[in-house]
Design a protein around this ligand. Structure first.
Ligand code: ATP
Ligand code: MG
Length: 552
């Protein structure tokens, strides 16, 4: 963020509108989620765009819940959406609900009936579909299209009163059955649905269609720039038609390319399937592309906003590589994460010339990348340490700058040690390595004159804390699971979660702060999981230190 970049096409439109004095120089955008699931990283793109425009040009943004479809919507989703937008760092001007406009929308519909621009149709969904024709063939009018205004008013009122069953009748706009744009061929405005609504309860049994709710809601709120994704381009003519016929505030719709990210799916419907069929723990499973999943995984609002900024605003669909998202979180955590030591796959090192029962409290900075190291912590050192199994080799190849008999390394923030010998159990597994340390080589006051190439991390056995560590990989094995043959769930990566039940960490990690990022030196960035307790500390790996995917 902060780097100079050229204007995106929506900013250009906004600047032209501001320059021409349109809407009196006022900018009002909205973010209009349907509360039928948790927000995902694609929504973050839309949020950053809508709120970002308003912030940049001195405007405001409404949070509007597009809750016109009663069957799939829930208050739980409303609450999660609000939490996610706030967490991303944005403040909405007004919290609004399309359902608050049901009365007004009903009156708009009556107005169109009175103008001869809407009619009640008794046809079934199939009949309506066939009567609509095809892109090369005009649609045909049915007998209901010529119903009188009075009859339409009466029938529509009866629909509202609950006289008819679901599907018995619909209200349609009378636009143009020969229009090249199929959306203009007498689109549905209202359908009957005897379903409880999360806010209006059982007050309504007719609900407006998206096309008759969205533009009207925009106009009611006097939204100046209604920004949506490309799939709404064919809806734009109808959006404008309703606004013109009703002679209401002339909101305008602008479309940009939705964000697609590889190795995941980005539709609430599909994410809901993963949750319901228990392929993941919940909406906030750290492997999910949801905002809540990313947060639990250790992503920060700064990184997500930076990502949205870097991908830009395009007019054509494309696929963004998830490694860009990972790059953004590494960038941020490198600046803020406290460095700590944790041994994920332990083997014991005994320092034979270090006094038994002696403990030395070494000091180590929290973050050498930060001003003044961002403070520091004490690091107990003793004669028995845990180190990573992979840092020792029985027969090390050339240029192995870690441990093998006769090789030397620096123990991070401590001493240089030399490996003298190792011990195997009866099964032939290496169980312990023996080293001697160089007393003059202490970090910060090294007078040994010895240069070693490798530095490894360690944890004192007597002082170690234990923790569970969860390592994550891509949720799917293929780049675009939605575009593969068969069911997208056939392409789930069976190894997307790897649990290490017992990891040794330096003692300070017993005080790890929820929500904070930690760099486990050489092992990646980690954060406390929401299920972590004092007795059972759990860390999620947010991301590795380098992109490891390419190698696989
Ligand atoms: P989904 O298909 O995932 O259910 P949706 O478009 O139905 O998404 P809405 O709740 O209607 O979800 O979306 C709210 C806003 O977020 C809309 O303006 C929509 O265009 C935008 N949006 C949704 N998905 C993306 C995406 N992948 N990239 C950018 N914007 C998106
Ligand atoms: Mg939608």
């Amino acid at each position: 963020m902060g780097e100079e970049r050229s204007l995106n096409f929506i900013e250009e439109i906004v600047e032209e509108d501001l320059a021409s004095g349109k809407h009196g120089g006022r900018i009002l955008t909205r973010f209009p989620p349907e509360p039928n699931g948790y927000l995902h990283i694609g929504h973050a793109k839309s949020i950053c765009l809508n709120f970002g425009l308003a912030l940049k040009y001195g405007g405001k943004t409404n949070l509007r819940f597009d809750d016109t479809n009663p069957s799939k919507e829930e208050t739980e989703y409303v609450d999660s959406i609000k939490a996610d937008v706030s967490w991303l760092g944005f403040e909405w001007a007004n919290e609004l609900y399309a359902s608050d406009y049901f009365e007004q929308l009903y009156n708009f519909a009556v107005e169109l009936i009175k103008k001869g621009l809407a009619y009640v149709d008794d046809s079934t969904a199939e009949e309506i579909a066939t009567q609509k024709g095809t892109p090369t063939e005009p649609g045909k009018a049915n007998i209901y299209r010529s119903r009188s205004i009075d009859e339409n008013l009466k029938l529509f009122a009866e629909m509202k009163e609950g006289k008819y069953q679901d599907g018995e009748k619909v209200l349609r706009a009378k636009v143009d059955l020969a229009a090249p744009n199929m959306h203009l061929r007498d689109p549905l405005m209202y359908r009957i649905k005897h379903t409880h609504h999360h806010r209006t309860g059982d007050k309504w049994c007719i609900y407006p269609m998206y096309d008759f709710a969205h533009g009207q809601s925009d106009a009611i709120e006097k939204i100046t720039h209604s920004i949506c994704t490309l799939e709404f381009i064919p809806h734009r003519d109808l959006y404008n038609w309703f606004i013109e016929q009703l002679d209401i505030f002339p909101s305008k719709q602008y479309e940009f390319a939705r964000l697609n990210l590889n190795y995941t799916v980005m539709s609430k419907r599909k994410l809901l399937q993963l949750v319901e069929e228990k392929h993941v723990e919940d909406w906030d499973d750290p492997r999910m592309p949801t905002i809540s999943g990313l947060r639990r995984r250790g992503y920060t609002p700064v990184a997500i906003r930076d990502f949205c900024d870097r991908i830009g605003v395009a007019k054509r669909e494309n696929m963004i590589d998830v490694s860009l998202l990972e790059f953004c979180i590494r960038e941020d955590l490198n600046k803020t994460a406290w460095r700590r030591m944790a041994v994920l796959d332990p083997i014991k090192m005994v320092i034979t010339n270090y006094p038994k029962n002696q403990t030395e409290n070494l000091f180590s900075e929290n973050n050498p990348e930060a001003e003044g190291g961002d403070g520091g912590r004490e690091l107990p050192f003793s004669n028995q340490l845990w180190i990573e199994r992979e840092d020792f080799m029985e027969e090390p190849p050339k240029k192995f700058f870690r441990l093998g008999v006769g090789l030397m390394v620096r123990l991070k923030s401590a001493y240089i040690v030399k490996c003298d010998s190792f011990t195997k159990d009866s099964a032939g597994n290496i169980v312990e390595i023996q080293c001697s340390y160089i007393p003059e080589s202490k970090s910060g006051s090294d007078t040994s004159g010895i240069n070693v190439k490798g530095t490894i991390h360690w944890v004192s056995v007597a002082h170690a804390q234990t923790a569970e560590v969860r390592l994550y990989d891509r949720l799917f094995k293929v780049e675009d699971p939605s575009n593969e043959e068969g069911d997208f769930k056939d392409y789930l990566n069976p190894d997307s979660l790897h649990i290490l039940p017992k990891v040794y960490t330096e003692p300070d990690l017993a005080n790890a702060i929820t929500g904070k990022g930690y760099q486990f030196i050489r092992k990646g960035y980690f954060t406390i999981d929401k299920h972590s307790t004092a007795d059972n500390v759990i860390f999620n790996r947010t991301v590795t230190l380098k992109d490891g995917w390419v190698k696989k």
